[in-house]
Write a protein that binds this ligand. Structure first.
Ligand code: PMP
Length: 357
């Protein structure tokens, strides 16, 4: 331990981001990025904003919030743009939780939730998924604790319906329920429509996946005016200029070019169905994904070994070493060409092990 690290953080295990190799030699299916570039309109808007980088950006993100409010059918006062949705999660934990206000989330979910809880000394109430890796909404009914659920969940890709989420939100009126919709654009249903009905619901979104802007770092919190006001109290106490001007311009242009993203999401859904079918034909169990990734395990090879052998063959996927999911690998849905490379390498690896294909 460093002698400078504060004692409160001595035991902190940080989040491990997926590998981001800089040599570009890999078929990169490990961090759920979009395989498609941002739309030309977005690239032009970001370049246009570059000319005013001598000036501070708008801390209220006025134009971007107005565009996002139109997109999601809410008021600008219901929206807080952030530096990637990791930041809204960070702000939400900081704003609504503390040692006396725990947060509940599933045992298999996004790895940042336990890290933020540890960082801020918030007790984490960890609720196991069912055997089939689905979330039982009953486990969260009338819990009387703050809750964060990724919907679709990560890394399973499995989604709850808005009606199931609504029972959770309705039965916990004095607690904040955060629904992390990072992957909702690939076939699941959003809960944004419930914002006007429930003042304790915070929906988080990102432009990193469906809108091809992972490197621009743009996410959003969407909630009642009261929740957004509370979140802004914290944001203005930490980092008011959190969304830079090129990203604000890129985000507004991405919303204006909605059709481009809709089309890309449908393509990803088609490629997902194709790749899932091929993996099943190779003997894999594939969880029913509504996200831009597949979570799959083979009876013929452990997850960690498949990850390593794929990496040796130039394909990066994600493997998590935790107990319940160590047999699985998480595979981002890329282009059809990328998936064919993956499938070819998987076939070779299984054949090499003598699997009966
Ligand atoms: N939520 C979930 C469930 C995720 O998988 C990710 C991506 N790592 C995020 C939030 C954060 O994404 P970003 O900060 O790029 O918006």
């Amino acid at each position: 331990m460093s002698r400078f690290l504060s004692s409160g953080h001595a035991a902190l295990t940080p989040y491990t981001p997926g590998e981001q190799p800089r040599d570009q030699q890999y078929t990169k299916l490990n961090t759920n990025e979009s395989p498609f570039p941002p739309s030309p309109l977005v690239q032009a808007a970001a370049a246009g904003a570059a000319g005013s980088l001598n000036l501070y950006n708008d801390p209220a993100c006025t134009a971007l919030r107005e565009a996002a409010a139109r997109l999601w059918g809410v008021k600008p006062e219901n929206i807080m743009p952030v530096n990637g949705s990791d930041e809204i999660l960070y702000f939400a934990f900081l704003t609504f939780c503390d040692a006396a206000r725990p947060i509940a989330f599933p045992d298999v979910s996004y790895g940042f939730y336990p890290v933020y809880a540890d960082l801020m000394h918030i007790p984490a109430h960890i609720i196991p998924l069912r055997e089939d890796f689905s979330i039982d909404p009953e486990d969260y009914a009338a819990l009387g604790e703050n809750i964060v659920i990724a919907n679709p969940n990560a890394p399973t890709g499995m989604a709850l319906s808005p009606a199931q989420i609504e029972t959770i939100v309705r039965s916990n009126p004095d607690n904040v329920v955060i629904i992390d919709e990072a992957y909702v654009d690939f076939g699941a249903e959003s809960c944004v429509g419930l914002i006007s009905k429930y003042d304790n619901l915070l929906v988080t979104r990102t432009f990193s996946k469906s809108r091809s802007l992972a490197g621009a770092r743009l996410g959003f919190g969407i909630g009642s005016e009261e929740l957004i006001r509370d979140l802004n109290t914290i944001r203005y106490s930490v980092h008011p200029y959190n969304v830079n001007s090129m990203t604000q311009a890129a985000g507004a242009a991405a919303i204006a070019d909605d059709a481009y993203y809709e089309e890309n999401c449908r393509r990803i859904e088609e490629i997902r169905a194709y790749a899932a079918g091929e993996l099943i034909a190779l003997g894999f169990e594939v969880l029913p994904s509504k996200a831009n990734f597949l979570f799959a395990r083979s009876p013929d090879i452990p997850g960690g070994e498949l990850y390593r052998k794929l990496k040796e063959r130039g394909v990066l996927v994600r493997w998590f070493a935790s107990d319940r999911i160590r047999d699985f690998t998480r595979i981002t849905v890329g282009t059809r060409g990328q998936m064919d490379i993956l499938l070819d390498r998987v076939r070779n690896i299984l054949e090499e092990r003598g699997a009966n294909l």
